[in-house]
Design a protein around this ligand. Structure first.
Ligand SMILES: CC(C)(COP(=O)(O)OP(=O)(O)OC[C@H]1O[C@@H](n2cnc3c(N)ncnc32)[C@H](O)[C@@H]1OP(=O)(O)O)[C@@H](O)C(=O)NCCC(=O)NCCS
Length: 160
C-alpha cells in the first residue's frame, strides 16, 4: 500500500476533526473543534492512501522559537505502516524550513518520537505551554504531569 503526505486543504478539515474526535473519545487525544482547525489549517499535513485521508499531524509556534508537534493521528486500519513516522518527519521538515530548531510535543507515545532523537523533559522547560493551555485541559485536575495528566513532554534540538 502506497501513501503520501501533503499539506492539508480546506476540505480536509472535517475529516481531521472526525479522526481527532474518534481518538479524543478514547482519551488518547484532546478534541479540536472546526474553528481551531480552520485557523491552523496551514500548519496541518495529511496522509493519503488509496486516494483517501488516513492521518494527520500539525504544529503550533511558540515564542521565541519553539515548534510544538500536535494532533498526530492515523486511522486504526492504516497503523503500523510508517505513516505516523512520515507525518512527524514532514512536520519536522516544515519546521526546519521555517528556521526552527527547538521542537517539542506532549504525547502518550514517546517511543515514536524517540526514534527521531526526542528526549523526555519536565513540564518546567515548557512552562509557557503549560501556562497557556493546561488550564483548559480536561486532564488537568492536579497540575501538568500529575493526577489524570498522563502526557509525556519531549523535546528535540535540531542543529542548523
Ligand atoms: C500514534 C500513531 C499516530 C502511530 O501511527 P502509525 O502510523 O502506526 O505509526 P508508525 O507505523 O510510523 O509507527 C508505529 C510505531 O509507533 C510505536 N507505537 C505506536 N503506537 C504505540 C502505542 N500505543 N504504544 C507504544 N508504541 C506505539 C511503535 O513503536 C510502533 O511500531 P510497530 O508498528 O512496529 O508496532 C497511531 O497509533 C495513532 O493514531 N494512535 C492514536 C492517536 C494517538 O495516540 N496519537 C498520538 C498523540 S501524540
Amino acid at each position: 500500500m502506497g501513501y503520501y503526505i501533503r499539506p492539508a486543504v480546506i476540505k480536509d478539515v472535517v475529516k481531521i476533526r472526525r479522526l481527532i474526535s474518534f481518538y479524543a473519545a478514547k482519551n488518547l487525544m484532546l478534541p479540536r473543534d472546526q474553528n481551531y482547525l480552520h485557523k491552523l489549517l496551514a500548519n496541518y499535513s495529511v496522509a493519503i492512501a488509496n486516494g483517501q485521508f488516513v492521518g494527520t499531524c500539525g504544529f503550533r509556534l511558540w515564542q521565541p522559537d519553539w515548534l510544538e508537534i500536535v494532533s498526530l493521528a492515523v486511522k486504526p486500519e492504516f497503523q503500523h505502516r510508517g505513516i505516523g513516522t512520515a507525518l512527524i518527519q514532514s512536520v519536522i521538515n516544515k519546521g526546519v524550513s521555517l528556521g526552527f530548531s527547538y521542537f517539542f510535543t506532549l504525547t502518550l507515545v514517546p517511543e515514536l518520537f524517540e526514534k527521531f532523537g526526542f528526549k523526555k523533559i519536565g513540564f518546567k522547560k515548557i512552562a509557557f505551554k503549560a501556562q497557556a493551555d493546561c488550564r483548559h485541559c480536561p486532564k488537568n485536575d492536579a497540575g501538568p504531569g500529575r493526577g489524570s495528566c498522563n502526557e509525556i513532554p519531549l523535546e528535540l534540538k535540531v542543529c542548523a
